[in-house]
Design a binder for this molecule. Structure first.
Ligand SMILES: [Zn+2]
Length: 68
């Protein structure tokens, strides 16, 4: 990625919110949710998991300042 693309990305990122996937980390958490745990998605990311992922899913997507 060259400098121009990098700057474009920084500005693009600044216009969006980021969501962190937080799995309920206990023995009841399913492997699918554990897989996503800690992952950060931009709010326009088509790959954002649609919650709930399964019945009784207690996972959340929380606004975060962290970037990917
Ligand atoms: Zn879950």
């Amino acid at each position: 990625m060259d400098m121009k693309e990098l700057i474009t990305k920084i500005w693009e990122d600044a216009r969006h919110d980021f969501l962190e996937f937080t799995a309920e980390d206990d023995h009841k958490c399913c492997p699918v949710c554990k897989e996503f745990d800690g992952m950060i998605f931009r709010d326009d990311d088509p790959d954002i998991p649609q919650l709930p992922l399964h019945p009784n899913c207690r996972c959340t997507l929380q606004l975060t300042n962290r970037r990917k």
